[in-house]
Write a protein that binds this ligand. Structure first.
Ligand SMILES: [Zn+2]
Length: 452
């Protein structure tokens, strides 16, 4: 699924300067590179097992789960924990940096100077708002660049997951910037038109604007944005393509081809998605998945993704996000009223309808998003459990599922405590997911149903 990467790349990332406020939703799994990335770190390695190991696996779900978990070497677990827990702090640093940037813009002169210049230069309010929106996105991008470089390049290389040299990586950052300038300009123009038109109830109309843009982005993103970063080609004819296409079509996914994209130019992670809205669909998997996983593993991953589509997870998530965004805008309206009453004169802004308050809206709204992170995580995690079970029912490969899940430990902590999982995990932990697969195996085997 690719709603959140879209949000990340465009709408909110630009608006909030806090791209980690929203969790990565689409990455289904991550797998190791064989002898991998430019960092020279030892490759992520889990010893393969043979048929005898699989045959001797206990039937009881807890014991079987433990047997899978015992295959994780201590150094792999330690590295994965350190990578994932570092991410908790990065969420906080991103928020604080975003707040600092907003503060700088509100208290400094340049922000209102740009607003005034744009309003003199362009007759139409929408146009001057759009120009200010692009300015805001550009300043946010530039000031956050050191953290972005650390988080997106240095750190990914240190953990052996990035495959790009700096020039190529930075080129993609510039492409993303161009997209986000355009998206933010449109968003800000529409949002402030709605705010001025709707008065006190702007939070409602603001939500409608954001939802509308999300639908446009979900429809156009796979067609026009994704190809800016990767090349999509039909998967070669063969058993894998036939199996994936059969699963998709059997479940009403309107797709007639399966596409592979060259994610290995950016990362060693494995991922896949089924994207599309309003009757369109594209079944896509990345080349890491295709190259580094067995056929049962690929089928189970794709069955999970098809599950997201068949269960209408995108429309449902849009509605849930709509409620969250509406609540966030309501809170923002309340908080901004108070802050503007106190500081409005010093910030040289007139009221919520003044586009010069955009940094304030971004600050208040990103603080809200930060606080509700466990809620968004839980909404997404709930869908992930559904898709896992749905995928097991379709692919009937609990062993392949568990095997892929072990690989995923590369970038997601394997065995967190329950509170930690509730707060920080947008996908269930490896232990939870393997347990679900092993429970499926135990019950389906002993229930007398046709065993896989
Ligand atoms: Zn999923």
């Amino acid at each position: 699924m690719n709603l959140v990467p879209f949000l990340r790349r465009g709408l909110f990332a630009a608006l909030l300067c806090a791209s980690t406020a929203l969790p990565a939703w689409s990455q289904t799994a991550a797998a190791p590179a064989p002898a991998t990335a430019a960092s020279g770190q030892p490759a992520f390695q889990i010893r393969p097992v043979d048929e005898a190991w699989r045959a001797a696996l206990p039937r009881e779900a807890q014991a079987a789960t433990q047997a899978w978990m015992d295959r994780l070497p201590a150094d792999v677990v330690a590295r994965s924990n350190s990578y994932f827990e570092g991410g908790y702090w990065l969420q906080l640093w991103n928020l604080l940096l975003g707040l600092a940037i907003s503060g700088l813009l509100l208290w400094g002169r340049p922000s209102t100077a740009v607003r005034d210049w744009a309003q003199r230069r362009f007759k139409h309010m929408a146009l001057s708002d759009a120009v200010y929106g692009a300015f805001f996105a550009l300043v946010g991008w530039a000031l956050a660049l050191p953290l972005t470089i650390y988080q997106g390049f240095v750190r990914e290389h240190a953990y052996g997951m990035a495959t790009q040299h700096f020039g190529a990586w930075f080129g993609e950052q510039l492409t993303q910037l161009a997209v986000s300038l355009g998206v933010t300009a449109v968003l800000v123009a529409l949002l402030y038109a709605a705010i001025r038109r709707a008065g006190e109830r702007w939070w409602l109309w603001g939500t409608a604007v954001v939802m509308g843009l999300m639908c446009v982005g979900l429809t156009l993103g796979p067609l026009y944005i994704d190809p800016l970063f990767n090349t999509y080609k039909p998967v070669e004819e063969g058993p894998i393509k036939r199996a994936v296409l059969a699963m998709a079509q059997a479940n009403g996914v309107p797709a007639d081809n399966v596409y592979v994209f060259d994610a290995s130019r950016q990362t060693t992670r494995v991922s896949a998605n089924v994207s599309g809205l309003f009757g369109s669909a594209a079944v896509r998997l990345n080349d890491n998945l295709l190259r580094r996983s067995s056929e049962p593993e690929i089928r189970t991953v794709m069955a999970h993704e098809i599950g997201h589509y068949a269960l209408n997870h995108i429309p449902k998530m849009l509605l849930q996000l709509g409620v969250l965004i509406a609540a966030g805008f309501m809170f923002s309206a309340w908080a901004m009223r108070r802050l503007l009453a106190r500081f409005g004169t010093r910030w040289r802004v007139t009221g919520v309808g003044d586009v010069g308050t955009l940094p304030l809206l971004a600050a208040v709204f990103s603080a809200y998003l930060f606080v509700v992170t466990p809620v968004t995580n839980t909404l997404i995690r709930t869908q992930e459990v559904e898709a896992d079970l749905w995928g097991l029912n379709l692919a009937r490969e609990p062993m392949g599922e568990a095997e892929v899940l072990l690989k995923l430990v590369e970038y997601r902590k394997a065995d967190p405590g329950p509170i930690e999982e509730f707060l920080f995990f947008d996908h269930p932990s490896t232990r939870t997911r393997i347990f679900n697969a092993m429970r499926w195996r135990e019950q389906m085997l002993s229930g007398g149903a046709a065993a896989p």
